[in-house]
Ligand binder design. Sequence first.
Ligand code: ADP
Ligand code: MG
Length: 822
Amino acid sequence: MSMNVEPLRKILELERDKGYVDSAVIGGLDKFLRRWAGQAIESITNPQLLNHFHRLRLVDSNYASLTKQQRKDWVNEVLAFLSEAEQVEAGKGEVKPPKESVVPPVASRRSLGRQKVVAPQSINSPITALKGVSTNLATKFNRLGVKTIRDLLYFFPHRHLDYSQRKYISQLTEGEEQTIVANVWQANETMLGGRRSTEAIVGDETGNVRVVWFNNPYLAKKLPTNTRVVLSGRVGLFGGRHVFESPEWELLEDGELIHTGRLVPLYPLTQGLRPRQVRKLMKQVIDQWAWQVEDFLPPEVRQRCNLFELPQAIAQAHYPQDEAAKGGARLRLAFGELFLLQLGVLGRKRDWQESQPGTPFTVSTPVLDTFLRSLPFELTAAQRKVLGELLADLAKPRPMSRLLQGEVGSGKTVVATAALLVAAASGYQGAFMAPTEILAEQHFTNVCEFLSRTGHQLAGEDNLCSYSGLLSHPLTVALLIGDLSQVRKQEIQQRIMSGDIDIIIGTHALIQKEVEFRCLGLAVVDEQHRFGVSQRSALRQKGFNPHVLVMTATPIPRTLALTLYGDLDLSVIDQLPPGRQVVKTKWLKPSQRDSAYAFVRRQVGEGRQAFIICPLVEESEAIEAKAAVAEYERLSREVFPELRLGLIHGRMSAVEKDEVMHRFRSGELGILVSTPVVEVGIDVPNATVMLVESADRFGLSQLHQFRGRVGRGREQSYCMLLSQTPSEIGRERLDLIEKIHDGFQLAEEDLRLRGPGEFFGTRQSGLPDLRMAKLSDVALLELARSEAIRLFEQDPGLEKPEHHLLARELARVWQHGEAEWS
Ligand code: ADP
Ligand code: MG
């Protein structure tokens, strides 16, 4: 838009010709000028020109009251201005952005230090001890988990708005976040969209701009004419003109900027906390308190890793000087969190391994060889490697503490069986624990199956088998589960206590009080995510310090594994036995539901079996069970009236579930309708179809687990995924699961899509809070781990004076959520 020069020039020339009697326009020149200037100003982009414009006071001219001579001079000056404007607009350069920043430097550490501390509070005082924090305000903060001054210092913004980009008004562009420093010409209360609001006109040397604050009439009074304000926010377009829409604002004379003109923190808010109020309080607290935080990182570590000191990091995390400082702060704080985390998990491992001596096994090669030779298959290279790692651990006087990860079907059970055999050959007992009774039975069947190929079966009962020819004594395996009669249970417990039973298979109930082992040497725990540290400790409290092998089919990316299970060594079976088929996976449109059912019908007709997973119901297990019953009835009556269907849901008793599982496994049922509970490792080789309803609602790892229920036998297997209207992320998941068949790769994708909290369930992990650290930050995690290992080597008990602060911080951070940690 260019300035409309011509009409004014004509009028002024006419005025000159008439002898400066203010007769050129009806109503007088002043009135005309005001209207003209009001429009012209918005089109002036050149700073000199704008200066000139302001100097002439065209907006509030007072021509009528001038003397004739004054009128003559003034008219000439305005005419000159108009010529100048024409020239400028005919093609003069752009206006350069301002060189110096309006942002005064953030208080340096020294200036922080100079602040006087008047109050006698400590950093652990409740926030009500702070000036300006009422109990009412404190309650609101409490809801966010902020109770003490320290909590407040660690109450980090979830992000910053970059308001550091100062612009001249003439440079404002639509849609971007920008900052201007301007003069208030006028600010009034006004009605906008039927609500009392504030409207202002502000200007700098390059132009004026309208500013509106919707629904906020009180602001008008805080912005008197001629005050200097800093405005940060988005600029919109209204009637072809730029308008600042509800920008953050503050008066320049207030001193250090906290809402505008810089990287401005955005805090997580709860109802009743106002952003400006929180920012103001935070600034005050940081200035007064941040420098009093003691840095727990040993200076040596800090220097070696080139990290900020803690007070500086805290201050810069809230009010960073610039992006680089913000990055430095995050790095330092994240490192601190990961370092404490690693010290915690490594300390735990040390306790586990060194508080009580373990039991070194003498690995009997002939027994092991006989066992391996008798298997109907060769171990895969990955299985051999992992077995080697286990055997090396088992021979050591330090108890093994190892996590074995392997895809569904990768053959973990046979490796575990070999380890249990080694324990028995060394004269120790082994326990094999599963999360459910069904799985315990399955393990019992599998272990017995493997052993029966090697040894001669002496006794074969429902829950007890004995083999000769392997060890110097009969090798005895027992299954201990809830359904046994009380008498039978006591008998087995008796035999466990006497040492007569070598391998005991059961649920986690095995480690409950009534089971006493004679000499427990190895505990194998299947499905880690249901077996926490407290259970492991319970084992130890039975007076044993057994080797522990934890197995999981949930692939966990290495970074997460190091964090969540940092106290365990890691083994991975990253290879499936040869000849395993890929489960054909297809995401189906709702319109293909009938053909999906037809496919199920055909497969079952050919003697195969199918799983149908009901939709996830998050509200409650009871509602989920009800929905599953309804779906089961619908499928039985309307879709597959000619087939036999079974139903499993979380509200059924263990006995009922077992019964249905048995009927399915024996082939009596063709279709098993289930709530998502069957996710856990059921092995039904004849099942070839997995149909998942509302598949988009499940995580990738979970879908992969479902898919792993089929494809366990020789027949080609299929996974069909139904979803009504998947969200964008749901669609992405379905695309990925169709394409990717590798569990680890899927886990990485899952982690990327969902973030670690959801991926693993933060509640369950019970880890100390990670506020700054991201588990996806592999390099930093590895650095923190190697520094933690290094520190433990120098000072295992953290007893050196330079580590006292660290020991205290470690205790503080790890005091919560211990029990559930696993
Ligand atoms: P996981 O517990 O890891 O899911 P399993 O131990 O149940 O897997 O093994 C799945 C199936 O593969 C079992 O039937 C097992 O006998 C078989 N299996 C294990 N290792 C091999 C191998 N090296 N070659 C062929 N089949 C194997
Ligand atoms: Mg298994």
